[in-house]
Design a protein around this ligand. Structure first.
Ligand code: ADP
Length: 431
């Protein structure tokens, strides 16, 4: 056990030494001289200890301090204790760092740590494999010098990492990487890259399959419908087969509209970049919607229209029309006759808003987030009975996403719903 610090012991040693010198001085009747020689001796001894300490700190390779005597023993031992503590802390940190690196190596994704200037500080093995980084040679290099893609440089410069960045590597079997960047610590960034080629391929196969099946079903259904119409015309009035044929006709009609909507959906999904430079005459579109709504309502509903005639936008008319008409037809289909449906197109601070409000059955909150999924229906029987396919809101969502807009749904069970979307300001025609 090392001696710990004691101020009292130090002082008492000094006093005893001086008293001894004083006593010797008295004995030989030379108090002043003995005191002076004693003090000089003490000073020399302290310098000697100081030089031993210096030597041990700077030159000596031994870890244990030299044996200090007197008051210097505490100093030597104290420094040794501090060194031991630091060594322990350093080894703990090294252990933690090694564990963090092992953890990061075990990640199924490529991980790169960047500083605030986007320079690489560290990367795992998968990053070397997926992103082609070379470690440790690329240490300190800017990441956009190594991932050379103009869109990635823009993504990095914008520093808005709320959405992931998709990087298609055309040289590497069209490999698709999803890159996510998260900020942490003092301005540091963690870049995670994941290979999503397989997911994208499967998605493509699904889309292709749906589009092909829908397309192939169209012709047989048309033939079936044609023959049914012919047979209906030939059937004897009052014959029992008339009812059966009517039902067959209804069902083929449903199947046809489902196939058509599936085709619309795959077409919209496929349109990777919709040209948003064409002007859409919203006054005309609202007139068409009004006619459609009146035909569907058949005078059984109270219809309210409010439209800003000069509010036109840039976009794709076909997509916008199908988004709006789905919302209007839903409002009428899910509202009991006698109810009210209000359709509005107006300017709001964030852009131009289209909204359809009804006094219908409303939707329970747990369904709201799932309504835009394909074939999701709150009440399938009700949807089927009203001629629904379960695809209307999925089409609307996709059509709106091409216009950088989201579908907003507010609803209260038993009271009614409001479906709306806002077209951003930069797509509004200011002329
Ligand atoms: P569907 O063809 O079944 O109407 P949609 O995708 O258009 O399919 O709508 C999905 C579901 O959302 C509907 O089945 C219905 O349950 C619900 N829904 C849509 N609009 C309304 C509305 N205005 N009021 C109440 N429920 C609605």
């Amino acid at each position: 056990m090392f001696d710990s610090y004691s101020g009292y012991r130090l002082l008492s040693r000094l006093v005893i030494f001086l008293l001894l010198c004083f006593a010797v001085g008295l004995l030989i009747n030379q108090v002043l001289w003995v005191m002076l020689i004693g003090t000089i001796g003490l000073l020399v001894w302290h310098y000697k200890q100081l030089s031993r300490l210096n030597y041990w700190l700077w030159r000596d390779k031994r870890l244990t301090p030299p044996n200090g005597s007197g008051s210097w023993e505490g100093v030597f031992n104290g420094i040794y204790r501090l060194q031991g503590k630091n060594r322990k802390r350093v080894s703990q940190l090294a252990y933690l760092l090694a564990r963090f690196r092992q953890g990061a190596e075990a990640l199924p994704d490529a991980a790169v740590v960047l500083d605030s200037e986007n320079n690489i500080l560290w990367c795992n093995k998968l990053a070397q494999l997926l992103l082609g980084l070379v470690w440790p040679q690329d240490n300190g290099q800017r990441i956009d010098n190594l991932i050379r893609h103009p869109d990635f440089s823009i993504y990095l410069k914008q520093a808005d990492f709320s959405d992931p960045f998709e990087l298609t590597d055309t040289q590497n079997d069209a490999r698709v990487l999803e890159i996510r960047i998260m900020g942490y610590g003092s301005g540091q960034l963690l870049l995670i890259a994941r290979d999503i080629t397989r997911i994208r391929q499967l998605e493509g196969m699904r889309k292709e399959f749906v589009a092909n099946v829908s397309h192939e079903l169209k012709t047989p259904l048309t033939v079936l419908q044609g023959y049914l119409e012919m047979m209906q015309g030939m059937a004897e009035p009052g014959s029992p087969s008339i009812k059966a044929m009517e039902q067959m006709q209804q069902q083929t009609h449903r199947m046809r509209s489902m196939v058509e909507q599936l085709l619309v959906l795959s077409r919209i999904e496929d349109a990777s970049a919709v040209n948003l430079e064409a002007k859409v005459n919203m006054a005309l579109l609202m007139d068409t919607l009004k006619e459609e709504a009146q035909a569907l309502a058949a005078n059984k509903y109270q219809l309210c229209f409010e439209s800003d005639a000069d509010l036109n936008i840039y976009g794709n008319e076909m997509l916008l029309r199908s988004a709006c008409s789905n919302l209007v037809s839903n409002a009428i289909r899910y509202t009991e006759p006698g109810g009210k449906v209000s359709i509005a197109w107006k300017r709001v601070p964030m852009g131009a808003q289209f909204s359809v409000t009804d006094t219908g059955e409303g939707i329970a909150p747990q369904h709201l987030t799932r309504l835009t999924e394909r074939f999701y229906r709150v009440d399938s029987a009700r949807s089927r009975q009203s001629g629904g396919t379960g695809l209307g809101l999925a089409i609307t969502k996709h059509a709106l996403s091409h216009h950088q807009s989201d579908l907003n749904i507010e609803s209260q069970l038993g009271k009614g719903s409001c479906f709306s979307f806002i077209i951003p300001i930069h797509l509004i025609d200011m002329d």
